[in-house]
Design a binder for this molecule. Structure first.
Ligand SMILES: [Zn+2]
Length: 390
């Protein structure tokens, strides 16, 4: 991975590069930011740069022996730990190294842009399991790192989703962070530093990786995927700052997404459930629409729900008279005026909860047709909650 492969983040890249030039690399660094920001990609570019034999002022060379091995994630002094669970193939005591082949493939295919559910699918962990970074994994790493480096200047350990450590692993890691082996770099990656032991946090240099603004993301989308300005803007708006979602939408052609206008039409159908002439008529419309949503790709479904949440948030902030930082397109703004009496302090959180739950269930591969049908009936009951009397 090269720094130049990662769009944006010039300040942060410069800071990392300077730490190498000035020979003051902190031995433990925690890269944190929401799902979709390129934490792993930056960690890999940093590790590659540190160990490159012919680095330039701004990036690694790509051709030296170290870079060649980093390119395949197969450098003997590059180690990975990530959450694992048992699978059909590895049915007891799973460790990261049991899944290293799949891990490398996933990282290389995605450029480091993937989430825990993508990993589950790749290595065949069932959705019902909770993958963790377990103590065996942690112990093994401690052993490996205590050995001398094979060939690199720096041994690099990348711990991905470090919030998934159990207590025993966290303590093992803490111990090694307190007495770090020489020339070893720990790159911890997390979406949520609040879930990490404060004793571990205090041993690391924390680096926040911010999300791109909608404008930045639109620019990057059009540059990276050659999309039109309109298409880039639409995906940037729908993905709500999540690059992972945006990228998947762009790769799937970005054509199957539903818009804010579709959300409005859907809510109208849902509203008519109670007012339709016949039970059948109302339900048919809702089920048909659920079918339409179900035929979109998974990422587009997620993006659609994110946008729906954003619209609810917008109406709520509007009605509270709070300065509104959320931007909406034309249809969204119309929604705000048409639906303001259906979104209020007594039900806004319920819309949000149902949409959020549907979002999580899509990540867990729920049956989309059923999910959108259920969600329609849930939203109907929320829609019927009367606004508070002032
Ligand atoms: Zn190199």
């Amino acid at each position: 991975m090269f720094f130049r492969d990662i769009p944006g983040y010039d300040d942060l890249k410069n800071r990392l590069i300077r730490s190498v030039h000035e020979n003051r690399i902190s031995h433990a660094q925690l890269l944190y930011g929401t799902e979709g920001v390129p934490k792993l990609a930056l960690a890999l570019a940093y590790g590659q740069y540190i160990n490159c034999r012919a680095r330039t002022e701004t990036d690694s060379c790509g051709v030296c022996a170290s870079c060649a091995k980093y390119a395949h994630l197969a450098h003997p002094d590059l180690h990975f730990i990530f959450p694992v669970a048992t699978t059909k193939v590895v049915d007891s005591k799973p460790r990261s190294k049991d899944f290293l082949t799949e891990w490398r493939e996933l990282v290389l295919e995605s450029g480091g842009d993937f989430n825990l559910y993508d990993l589950y699918q790749k290595v065949g962990i069932s959705e019902s399991k909770q993958a963790i970074i377990n103590a065996d994994d942690a112990a093994e790493v401690v052993r490996t790192l205590s050995l001398k480096a094979f060939e690199a200047d720096y041994k690099v350990l990348i711990l991905w989703m470090v919030e998934k450590m159990n207590a025993t692993s966290a303590n093992r890691l803490l111990k090694v962070l307190e007495e770090p082996p020489e020339k070893t770099l720990f790159l911890l990656i997390t979406e949520d530093p609040d879930q990490i032991l404060s004793t571990i946090l205090s041993r690391t240099q924390m680096i926040k990786i911010r999300s791109w603004t909608e404008g930045e993301m639109a620019g990057i989308l059009s540059q990276t995927f050659g999309l039109t300005v309109e298409e880039s803007n639409r995906i940037a708006l729908l993905s709500d700052g999540n690059w992972l979602t945006a990228k998947k939408m762009a790769l799937s052609g970005g054509k199957d997404g539903a818009s804010s206008a579709d959300f409005i039409e859907w809510l109208r159908d849902v509203f008519r459930l109670g007012t339709a002439k016949s039970w059948q008529e109302g339900n048919l419309a809702v089920l048909e629409r659920a079918g339409l949503f179900a035929r979109m790709g998974r990422e587009s479904q997620k993006a659609f729900l994110l946008m729906a949440m954003r619209m609810i948030r917008f109406v709520m902030l509007q009605s509270l008279g709070t300065p509104n930082l959320v931007k909406l397109d034309g249809a969204g703004a119309k929604f705000s005026s048409d639906f303001s009496r259906f979104v209020h302090v007594d039900n806004a959180h319920l819309y949000y909860e149902h949409l959020q739950e549907a979002y999580s269930n899509i990540e867990r591969n729920a049956n989309a047709q059923l999910l959108f049908a259920d969600l329609s009936y849930q939203l109907e009951s929320v829609l019927r909650i009367p606004p508070p009397v002032d």
